[in-house]
Design a protein. Structure first.
Length: 491
């Protein structure tokens, strides 16, 4: 049996390995202690300062020049920081910094030969706790709405909904916090979220925001996307009581010339005369359909908006018929909430027409004197043996002619003319022919809206007493509008 011998060299090898390990540990400890000792040395550096009403930036520069330490701080650190006053004598730098920066709600730390200054919450101030809020935004037909702006009211924090109308926003934990939802053409909504974490928001069309979009008859687009020249009639003009909605366009749109007929109904030319022959009237589109009727046939209380397309860009939509421009009229629709009934009445009256202003004629005596002065310029051509038979001559001319031919004397002629000077039928016209114009209009609208059907019935009765007696008129208008949603792809 072979015996194993003890080898002392193996023992020395183990001791050498242990010594190397100990040396490495000592070196590691020395390296780790160096930064700590440098930091301690930095904090114990003493400094003497005598600064009065100086800014933080000037304070940092003075400390840097005396100690050699560099400062690192945010770019907005000096906003509303004010001034400081420091008087120290051989005081440790750490104590000086704590005293000065603590007054401004700032903190610091040493990093080798660099002092890092940061903003910290003031004593007693709590950290803001946040939480996520999710939700979906839809229109009145429950279709998702992408691109809706969701903003925390009073801040600039916000997000936009994705293609599915969903959003997620991080907000502070605050039961009084309000989210603001806005979109072009929609009524801005503000919702107090309270403790809710999931929201379902329905946006509705805004009548005030209709001025921000352009209706071409085929589509509704924002002003930024619209090409060509267009105008939008202000809602204030549309809502005024009137018998003819066309009066809302008179004098309100540039480039549109209006001509009134004897009944006061206007006709329009957009951009002036565009044709040598034929009609130059613009094309009228009501709810996406071109119509040939007059504006007087449209119930003014049914109109929601009026848009004018004034240049050749309209021809890309309506073809050659748009050569004279296009007037797009959109009528109202029923509102959600079951059966809605609206009744309105209006009365308009005016004083009698002023004949002296409307017919600026000379008084009777002055007119007769003019006839007498002008008589001698043509009376000599009449044959002396022909008796005057009346014809189209005035009574004054008849008297002058009869005296000229010797049928009456001078006294008789003058008596007849003086009697004619006393006649004045202005008072008779005002009493028996003219009257105070009076227009009274009564409107009734009934609507019912469900998920698939939107029905609206409108009735209007109007009686118009014009300036002239016996020329009164009345008008009855009945309108019915229905929208049926059969399939989403058919809308």
């Amino acid at each position: 049996m072979e015996k194993k011998r003890f080898k002392p060299r193996a023992l020395f090898r183990g001791r050498e390995k242990m010594m190397k390990t100990m040396k490495l540990n000592v070196l590691f400890l020395f390296i780790c202690c160096c930064p700590l000792s440098a930091t301690v040395y930095s904090q114990q550096t003493k400094v003497s300062l005598a600064l009065t009403q100086v800014s933080l930036e000037e304070f940092f520069k003075d400390v840097q020049s005396r100690t050699g330490f560099f400062f690192i701080y945010p770019s907005n650190l000096f906003e509303n920081a004010g001034t400081i006053t420091v008087h120290t004598e051989d005081e440790e730098l750490s104590q000086v910094l704590t005293k000065v920066l603590g007054q401004k709600g700032l903190s610091y730390k040493f990093q080798d030969d660099v002092i890092i200054v940061v903003k910290e919450p003031l004593p007693g101030q709590q950290q803001v706790v946040t939480r996520p809020v999710r939700g979906v935004v839809m229109d009145k037909d429950m279709n998702p709405m992408p691109g809706v702006n969701v903003i925390v009211k009073g801040t600039t924090t916000g997000v936009s909904t994705n293609s599915e109308g969903r959003f997620e926003i991080i907000v502070p934990v605050n039961p009084d916090l309000i989210l603001r939802f806005s979109f072009v053409g929609m009524t801005t909504r503000e919702i107090k979220i309270g403790e809710q974490t999931n929201l379902r928001v329905v946006m509705e069309i805004s009548e005030e925001a209709l001025s921000e979009v352009v209706i071409t008859g085929y589509q509704v687009i924002s002003k930024e996307r619209a090409t060509g020249s267009f105008d939008i009639i202000d809602t204030r003009h549309i809502e005024k009581p009137t018998s003819n909605i066309a009066t809302a366009l008179v004098g309100t749109v540039s480039g549109v010339n209006a001509t009134l007929d004897l009944n006061g109904n206007p006709t329009f030319e957009i951009r002036g005369q565009t044709r040598l022959d034929g009609s130059s009237a613009p094309l009228v589109v009501v709810d996406g359909f071109a119509v040939e009727r007059n504006f007087s046939d449209i119930n003014p209380n049914d109109v929601e908006s009026i848009h004018l397309l004034k240049d050749a860009a309209a021809a890309s939509i309506w073809g050659a018929r748009a050569a004279n421009g296009v007037i797009v009229v959109t009528t109202k629709q029923g509102k959600k909430g079951g059966v809605n009934v609206e009744i309105s009445s209006s009365v308009r009256f005016a004083p009698k027409i002023d004949l002296d202003y409307a017919r600026s004629l000379a008084p009777t005596d002055q007119f007769i004197e003019y006839e007498k002065l002008s008589f001698n310029s043509w009376s000599a051509s009449m044959p002396s043996d022909t008796r005057f038979s009346g014809g189209s001559y005035s009574p004054v001319q008849e008297a002058l002619l009869e005296h000229h031919f010797g049928y009456i004397t001078v006294q008789e002629r003058d008596q007849r003319i003086e009697a004619l000077k006393k006649l004045d039928n202005t008072a008779q016209i005002k009493k028996y022919i003219l009257q105070n114009p009076l227009v009274h209009q009564h409107n009734l609208s009934i609507s019912n809206v469900t998920e698939r059907i939107n029905n609206m019935l409108t009735l209007m009765y109007e009686e118009n007493d014009t300036y002239l007696k016996g020329n009164d008129s009345y008008k009855i208008s009945v309108g019915y509008k229905t929208n049926v949603h059969v399939f989403p792809w058919l809308d």
